[in-house]
Design a protein around this ligand. Structure first.
Ligand SMILES: [Zn+2]
Length: 164
């Protein structure tokens, strides 16, 4: 690997290609052997969590997504706000849940933790950064509006805000 130079564009280049920080929950939640989460049923096998039948000797271990839900420690926040949100609350909630089902099939650790119903906004929390982005993109694709997505590298966290 190239030695970073601490000036001008080189620094930006290094930051741009810096390795993504590992999710502490995924790292801490890697069992030493085949496992099954007793809360949601996801299975750890061959070094990754996936949906499917549990190997016969699987041990019971909470998966990283269920640990985050238990700790109330989101990996992503999506805020939907504006007059349109007030008028289309239920529709938007359905879209969020549909997106979760879709993403969760492929990425089992990406879940919606909660949908907070505020007078002015819907505040969605997710277990992973990927789902927060996916929900923001899906809402914008369906209803236009303005989407801002911020990745907070220090916290390994995504904050998406959609306004219409
Ligand atoms: Zn689980």
């Amino acid at each position: 690997m190239k030695t970073p130079h601490r000036h001008g564009s080189e620094v930006r280049h290094e930051q741009l290609y810096a390795p993504r920080r590992e999710d502490p929950y995924v790292e801490a939640g890697k069992p030493a052997r085949d496992a099954r989460c007793p809360h949601c049923g996801v299975v750890f096998h061959d070094g990754r969590w996936a949906w499917g039948p549990a190997p016969r000797d699987a041990i019971a271990t909470a998966c990283p997504a269920c640990l985050r839900i238990h700790d109330a420690f989101p990996g992503g926040y999506v805020t939907l706000r504006g007059p349109f949100v007030q008028a289309h609350r239920e529709e938007l909630k359905q879209l969020v849940r549909a997106r979760e089902d879709h993403e969760k099939a492929e990425h089992p650790l990406e879940r919606v933790m909660g949908i907070g119903d505020k007078p002015e906004a819907l505040e969605i929390t997710t277990t992973g950064t990927h789902l927060a982005r996916a929900i923001g993109n899906a809402v914008r694709a369906a209803y236009d509006g303005t989407l801002k997505v911020r990745y907070e590298a220090d916290e390994n966290l995504v904050r998406a805000t959609w306004t219409r």
